[in-house]
Design a protein around this ligand. Structure first.
Ligand SMILES: [Zn+2]
Length: 455
């Protein structure tokens, strides 16, 4: 057998298990997984030795805001995908907002592609936006290849639009007609706005007031509404960034009924808690907010049992001045930069801190995201025929996140200072090393647009 690349001596991780195997790559795809003794008949143009390493499927970050085009003082595709490459994220599914304009029709899809195609270092896909006035654009967006449609039920930045459940109900009817997936920022608008206005009126704009303005009830009420509308319309729905086990419990119940409801959580909800907001400040501000330590721990149960089938970053960068707390906690930017640390942090906390299998990491960062967002079978696993998106990870090598190590345009993150073990050393996209030896190894524009493949 002839191949372009052989990744030898590693242990290949899938959602099902871990096997000693060599990975033969040809034309950017996995050509074969070879038991170690079979390798002798293989001629490879290039060989990477993964002795002592895990060969993980590349992570698919289904929730990232790269802000390009439009808000490129916060992040851009060049820096965001460099950070992805450094972190073992081989496909970024980019959000439609914090874009100018928001990605709400097929012409804007094409313009965004043109704007970022010469910048991307890893593969990427696009979410479509739902702003209430573009329901008749949904089918064309779906056909253009968006992975899902993003809805905000809670307050959102001025470039986007909060939807009522009335509009959502109609949108789900449209989505169900072609098998589209609709994803939700699920927090109840009225509770949050009331609490924000009440707090500001009473002059309470501190950290605790921000946390209290977004109670878990707001998240549960919104999720319950979405579940009810999924039941009524048959549309596939996805709950973004679940922050609390009581929210996950609602989703688990819907799934037990057989409703088409999937969900994700983010690394920050699994690692941090509200004391980080109270004691360390606005770098930890996000929405939904960080919850208490007991909730953080219980949320892991739903990651393990698969209620939460994806773990994403919700990479939501900003300029340092936007985190300024001088005018109170409500005014500071909400969002945490985390695409670069997604895999290393989740791997360390799952495998080293909790004794879980690296297979869980492959399931929640790769296979689950690929299946839900229509990227399976091209992406999501190290298997013959799939793109050779590989992460050669040293499971025991120690890391410490520093500002200098970040590839972000703005080198700030709640994760700075965190330590753990498990480093994505060499990262390949379609058989090409994009990150290795601590540096980017491809030119901007190497990354390709991936369109949704299945409904
Ligand atoms: Zn987001």
């Amino acid at each position: 057998m002839d191949c372009d690349l052989l990744v030898k001596n590693g242990r290949v991780v899938s959602a099902e298990g871990i096997d000693a195997a060599d990975v033969a790559v040809k034309d950017g795809r996995v050509a074969a997984l070879l038991a170690p003794h079979v390798r002798d008949g293989v001629r490879a143009a290039q060989v990477l030795d993964a002795e002592g390493r895990l060969v993980m499927p590349g992570a698919i970050d289904v929730h990232a805001h790269l802000n390009d085009p439009g808000f490129t003082w916060r992040e851009d595709f060049a820096h965001g995908t460099a950070a992805a490459a450094a972190g073992g994220v081989t496909t970024v599914v980019d959000m439609p907002l914090q874009n100018e304009p928001a990605l709400t029709d097929a012409a804007i899809f094409a313009r965004k592609f043109e704007a970022v195609r010469d910048e991307a270092l890893v593969d990427y896909a696009f979410w479509g936006g739902l702003t209430g006035d573009n329901l008749d654009e949904m089918r064309a967006l779906h056909d253009a290849g968006v992975t899902a449609f993003k809805v905000f039920l809670g307050p959102v930045s001025p470039d986007y639009r909060t939807l009522t459940l009335g509009v959502v109900r109609e949108a789900l009817e449209v989505a169900s007609s072609f098998g589209g997936l609709v994803g939700f920022h699920a927090e109840d608008y009225s509770i949050i706005r009331h609490e924000e206005e009440r707090a500001v009126w009473e002059g309470r704009t501190g950290r605790i007031d921000f946390l209290r303005s977004r109670p878990v009830e707001a998240e549960r009420i919104a999720v319950a509404g979405v579940i009810e509308l999924a039941r009524a319309t048959g549309a596939r729905v996805h709950i973004c960034h679940v922050s609390h086990p009581r929210v996950a419990e609602l989703i688990r119940g819907a799934q037990a009924e057989g409703l088409p409801v999937t969900a994700e959580t983010c690394t920050h909800y699994l690692v941090f808690d509200e004391t980080d907001v109270l004691e360390r400040g606005m770098l930890f501000k996000c929405a939904p907010p960080l919850r208490d330590a007991a909730a953080r721990e219980a949320l892991w149960d739903y990651v393990v049992d698969g209620t939460l089938a994806c773990v994403a970053s919700d990479h939501s960068p900003c300029a340092p001045r936007e985190k300024d707390e001088g005018e109170g906690a409500f005014k500071a930017w909400g969002g945490i930069s985390g695409i670069q640390s997604l895999m290393s942090v989740f791997f360390d906390r799952a495998v080293h801190r909790r004794g879980l299998s690296p297979s869980l990491v492959a399931a929640r960062l790769s296979e689950g995201p690929a299946r839900i967002f229509g990227l399976w079978e091209r992406k999501g696993a190290v298997r013959p025929g799939a793109d050779a998106d590989l992460v050669i990870l040293d499971p025991d090598r120690e890391w410490r996140i520093t500002e200098d190590s970040l590839q972000y345009l703005n080198r700030i993150s709640a994760f700075v200072g965190l330590e753990g073990r498990g480093v994505p050393e060499t990262v390949l996209v379609r058989g090409q090393v994009v990150w290795g030896g601590g540096a980017v190894r491809v030119s901007p524009g190497y990354g390709e647009l991936v369109r949704r493949r299945t409904p």
